[in-house]
Design a protein around this ligand. Structure first.
Ligand code: GLU
Length: 294
């Protein structure tokens, strides 16, 4: 009996500790991230993209502006999140300080175009590596592996798995992999939006019964409004390996970024980037996945 009580007490303590962490993350977002020190005068082969960016002293990076934990524009106009940290770490290796990065909002549907048109040098934006996209752009990475999930209103009791959304209205983003999967594999009726944050009101108003995208994006929204929304389940039903998008066939730049990512995994900066952002809410710290040097 005593043992039971002790155990019960420790469970309660654990539960309230987890809640406290969630609540503190709610109020203050996930901080402002880190400011990695830029390498002084790095030298690169003449004509390489690295050399061009280093001599220009600036880099343009596409990211999301409305996704808590990975890329969200703060009140000071600067984006914050794990994707943003990865971008800052790469810029620092080019000798470029965080305040010399030009951040551009890339939504799911315009990423390939923005790379092709040279509007951005790189994209770090919850961007799944896949063969279709690889016909248009190159990917370094993966640097993280997410998976598709569903978010529903807190009072929903009917949706716990993707099979439950057959024939139901589900909001997702045009040009994203989850939008395709939920229609093609699970027969949902897609209500398309340009960004995931634009799906929040339709869900609240019950114009749609769920929002679908990667688990970590949805976790960011649930963390902000735990009384309104919940994940339908902790299980994911796809693999979404996140890559860094760059111009197709710039193999030298892709290899160099892959080398840097491996370095961040070894020198602790990958872990630090996680802890300063998404790690405040998502308890399981990721290991850097094996780099896909295709
Ligand atoms: N990772 C998925 C994708 O690249 C969903 C997230 C997003 O749309 O950015 O399509």
């Amino acid at each position: 009996m005593k043992a039971f009580l002790t155990r019960r007490k420790s469970l309660l303590v654990a539960a309230s500790a987890a809640l406290a962490l969630t609540l503190s993350a709610c109020g203050g977002g996930t901080g402002t991230g880190t400011s990695p020190s830029p390498v002084e005068k790095p030298s690169f082969a003449a004509g390489s993209t690295m050399e061009k960016l280093t001599s220009a002293g600036k880099v343009t990076i596409g990211t999301k502006f409305d996704q808590p934990l990975f890329g969200q524009k703060g009140l000071d106009g600067k984006p914050v999140g794990f994707d943003v940290e990865i971008g800052k770490l790469i810029a620092a290796k080019l000798g470029i300080a965080a305040d010399k990065i030009e951040w551009v909002e890339t939504v799911s549907a315009n990423r390939e175009q923005f790379i092709k048109q040279g509007k951005v040098d790189l994209i770090v934006a919850t961007y799944t590596i896949n063969d279709k996209r690889k016909t248009e752009v190159d990917f370094a990475g993966p640097y993280y592996e997410a998976g598709q999930a569903l978010m529903v209103n807190k009072d929903n009791t009917t949706i716990t798995k993707p099979e439950d959304v057959k024939g139901k209205n589900v909001c997702s983003v045009t040009g994203s992999t989850p939008a395709g999967t939920i229609v093609e594999k699970y027969g949902a009726t897609l209500v398309p939006a340009t960004t995931y944050s634009a799906c929040l009101e339709p869900l609240r108003n019950k114009q749609v019964e769920a929002i679908t995208t990667d688990n970590v994006i949805l976790a960011g929204f649930v963390n902000k409004e735990p009384d309104a929304f919940k994940l339908a389940s902790d299980e994911t039903f796809t693999k979404e390996p996140y890559g860094i998008g760059l111009k197709k066939d710039d193999t030298e730049f892709r290899n160099w970024i892959n080398d840097q990512l491996e370095g961040f995994g070894k020198d602790g900066s990958y872990k630090k980037a996680w802890e300063a952002t998404a790690g405040a809410v998502i308890k399981t710290a990721p290991e850097l996945p094996a780099i896909d040097r295709y």
